[in-house]
Design a protein around this ligand. Sequence first.
Ligand SMILES: [Zn+2]
Length: 134
Amino acid sequence: MVEEEIRTFDDLDIELNESLIRVFSTMLGIKRNVIIADREQWAVIQEVTTLREKEKLFKEIDNNYGHCDAKNGIIWLNPRLLKRQYFQLISTIIHELLHIANPNWSEDQVFETERKMTGRYDYEPLYRLGYDDD
Ligand SMILES: [Zn+2]
């Protein structure tokens, strides 16, 4: 798809993402190394093997800001929604790191803490509107 090629993270985006993750991880007391996966790697992590399953997964996650595998300390960030959208990028990274730092927290706890940390009170998260977004 041409759309994918237009909106991917470039080297500078990746450096920014990695720096933000390192700094916020330190601030949140996360001792482990947090890894960023791209979309293809995320499919592997989700154990999606067939092309059809992969298309289905991509269709689902393409409307999410990010996902994380809290157990293994892996984050996927959606370049389509986050590239050059810095406030949203920072909020999403904090959100996913809160899941990793607090794997037993509910989505509401993570979201409310994200709001407190970012001062963001101007939107409702997708999951509260009935979309899967963790
Ligand atoms: Zn979440």
